[in-house]
Design a protein around this ligand. Structure first.
Ligand SMILES: C[S@@+](CC[C@H](N)C(=O)[O-])C[C@H]1O[C@@H](n2cnc3c(N)ncnc32)[C@H](O)[C@@H]1O
Length: 233
C-alpha cells in the first residue's frame, strides 16, 4: 500500500486464541481488488456521504477496518486523527500508515466513552455471527465511544434487485473461470455465506437495531448497498 510505508502501530486488546479469521476468505479479499482500487472506492463513498466536508481534525475510528484501505482513504482526504479496529491481525499487519490500529472485537470495544467524532463501518457488520445480538452489542458500543453529536457512517451489503442479479451472474462457473474478480467475490460470499445471508435475510430486524441506538440522518438502500448515517440517541 503506497501510503507512507510506516509499519502499523497496533495495540492488541484480544488474545490470539480469540481471533476469528478464515485464510481462504482473506486471500479472496486480497484478490478482489488491488489496494489502490479499494482506496479509490472508499474515497468515492466517503465523498458521497459528505465526510470530506467535515472538520479534518475530527477524531475518526473505522470499525472492522480490515487491511486499512479506508484508513488510507481518510488520510488522503486530509484527516489526521484516525484509528482502526479489526479482529484479524493478519489484515491489520498489511496496513502501512500513521493510523493507530487496535486488534479488538467491535462487540466489546476497549475505547473510553465519548472519544470519537466519527465512526465508520464499511462492510463489517455482515460478518457478525449472531444477529441481532452481535449487531446490538456493536451498535451499543459504537454509540458509547461516540461523542454526543457524533456520527456513524455505515456501508453494508443489502438485498436489492441489483444484488440478486450480481449473485446470479458471479455464481455461474463460466463467469468464475473467466473473470478473476467475480471468482474472488464468489469465494468470499461462499466463505462468509452463513453470516452474509443471515444479514441479507433480516432487513427489518437490522433496521430496528439501528433505530434502538441511533437516530437516522440518512438511509439509502440501492445497488446492493445500505448507506446509513446515524447520530447517537
Ligand atoms: C469484509 S471485511 C471489511 C474490511 C474493510 N472494512 C474493507 O471494506 O475492506 C470485514 C472485516 O471485519 C473483521 N471482523 C469480523 N468480525 C469482527 C469483530 N467482531 N470485530 C472486529 N472485526 C471483525 C474481519 O476481520 C474483516 O477484516
Amino acid at each position: 500500500m503506497s501510503n507512507g510505508g510506516k509499519t502499523p502501530a497496533m495495540i492488541r486488546h484480544v488474545e490470539a486464541g480469540q481471533l476469528c479469521c478464515d485464510p481462504v476468505w482473506e486471500a479472496a479479499y486480497e484478490r478482489f481488488e488491488t489496494p489502490e482500487e479499494e482506496i479509490a472506492k472508499f474515497i468515492k463513498r466517503l465523498r458521497k456521504f459528505g465526510v470530506d466536508q467535515l472538520d479534518k481534525q475530527s477524531s475518526v475510528i473505522e470499525l472492522f477496518c480490515g487491511r486499512g484501505g479506508g484508513l488510507v482513504a481518510l488520510q488522503r482526504l486530509g484527516f489526521t486523527n484516525v484509528e482502526g479496529v479489526d479482529l484479524s491481525d493478519t489484515l491489520l499487519e498489511s496496513y502501512r500508515g500513521p493510523a493507530q490500529l487496535h486488534l479488538a472485537d467491535c462487540r466489546s470495544l476497549p475505547m473510553s466513552d465519548a472519544t470519537y467524532d466519527i465512526a465508520i463501518v464499511q462492510g463489517g457488520l455482515h460478518h457478525l455471527p449472531n444477529l441481532p445480538d452481535d449487531l446490538n452489542e456493536s451498535l451499543s458500543e459504537t454509540r458509547r465511544i461516540l461523542k454526543p453529536g457524533g456520527r456513524l457512517y455505515v456501508i453494508e451489503p443489502w438485498m436489492t434487485p441489483f444484488l440478486r442479479i450480481a449473485h446470479a451472474i458471479t455464481d455461474q462457473p463460466i463467469v468464475r473461470k473467466l473473470y478473476a474478480k467475480g471468482d474472488a467475490l464468489a469465494t468470499m460470499t461462499e466463505h462468509e455465506s452463513e453470516t452474509y445471508f443471515q444479514w441479507l435475510g433480516m432487513p427489518d430486524v437490522l433496521m430496528q437495531s439501528f433505530s434502538r441506538y441511533f437516530d437516522t440522518v440518512q438511509c439509502d438502500m440501492s445497488w446492493g448497498k445500505l448507506a446509513y448515517v446515524g447520530k447517537p440517541r
